[in-house]
Design a protein around this ligand. Structure first.
Ligand code: PEP
Ligand code: MN
Length: 343
């Protein structure tokens, strides 16, 4: 498992050094600390900036740790290269912007640093892949993806994990290791452990965990950081996982065959449903009816959620799927009735 740990921000040499020292027994792969901090408001602590470069290099030399920090411009990339950083990460706000990622990729050309690419704030897997492709275009070989959650706050975490997005990333780029940053998803240390367990169980290749020698006094992200001791305990509690299924090969293959058969039926049923929806469109057209009938939609939602409940399926899950199915129906009917392709 790839493990990156260290404070959200470098605050002082003592804070950095004592945190790094306490992390030594864990054999971490990279020691992280933000030098230039992207903050929502300029009045917040914006990092120790260039002053921290020497501090990080001392940690690299004295403690034999690989060091990494966040870069958000070509200038920061140049500085990290000049100081021989082992790795850098591109933050969520930067991945968002193709102009900046292109500038950074150009600046990193010819360096040997590992580049960790955090997902963009909005759940757009193409933007994330695009940032990776820009780096590759400039010859960067060592690349990792970091899942740090998305800015849609409709759950208990600070950021929504939306696991399907990193899983889609992994499907498309199986050659790139993907690690999870449970700290920025959680926003609160009480959820960090569970999210880390979930990520490893799902199949992530590692973790990036914000770790501070005294989290409560941290200048940034104080609520979500944990101590090196807590990280040691957390890592020790994670059961190891493997892709090895020897002994269960036949059973697994049989179950997967069943899943494939069910998918065949599901897709067939969707096609039949859509064909009926097209027939309904013709009736609506002949009668100049509105496409969207709220009472009918209300009836469908009620019906499918009741069916789901009877079968012990999650009602919200079924509602979400039907939201998409219904939208596709409305779209198809709009093509027939209104001759519009644009809904
Ligand atoms: C960080 O890792 O400290 C950080 C600011 O990351 P993100 O870009 O994911 O917010
Ligand atoms: Mn942080």
């Amino acid at each position: 498992m790839i493990l990156t740990a260290g404070p959200c921000s470098a605050e002082s040499f003592e804070q950095l050094y004592s945190t790094a020292q306490a992390l030594l027994p864990l054999n971490i792969d990279y020691f992280r600390a933000g030098l230039w901090k992207p903050r929502t408001r300029p009045s917040s602590f914006e990092g120790v900036k260039d002053k921290g470069l020497d501090w990080m290099v001392r940690i690299q030399k004295d403690l034999k740790l690989k060091i990494c920090t966040e870069i958000a411009s070509a200038d920061m990339a140049d500085k990290c290269a000049e100081y021989n950083f082992d790795a850098v990460w591109i933050g969520a706000r930067t991945t968002q912007n193709p102009f900046t990622t292109e500038d950074i990729a150009r600046a990193l050309e010819g360096t040997n640093m590992c580049v960790m690419v955090k997902n963009p704030l909005n759940p757009d897997v193409k933007l994330w892949l695009g940032a990776v492709e820009r780096l590759e275009k400039h010859g960067i070989k060592k690349i990792m993806a970091v899942h740090r959650g998305f800015s849609l706050s409709y759950n208990k975490y600070k950021q929504s994990p939306l696991w399907r997005i990193p899983l889609e990333f992994k499907r498309l780029r199986q050659d790139i290791p993907i690690i999870c940053d449970p700290s920025h998803i959680a926003g609160d240390r009480m959820y960090v452990g569970q999210l880390a367990h979930d990520a490893v169980a799902i199949g992530f290749d590692g973790l990036m965990v914000e770790t501070h020698i005294s989290p409560d006094s941290a200048l940034t992200d104080a609520k979500q950081q944990i101590t090196p001791e807590q990280l040691t305990e957390l890592i020790g509690s994670i059961p190891s996982v493997t892709d090895n299924h020897k002994g269960y090969d036949t059973l697994l293959a049989a179950l997967r065959k069943q899943i494939d058969d069910i998918d065949d039926v599901l897709i067939g049923a969707l096609k039949d449903r859509m064909d009926i929806s097209k027939k309904i469109a013709l009736i609506k057209k002949q009668n100049n009816m509105r496409i969207f009938q709220p009472e009918r939609w209300q009836e469908v939602v009620k019906n499918v959620t009741n069916l789901a409940e009877d079968k012990d399926l999650d009602g919200d899950f079924v509602k979400e799927i039907y939201g998409i199915i219904h939208q596709e129906s409305v779209k198809t009917q709009n093509v027939i009735i209104n001759k519009s392709e644009f809904l």
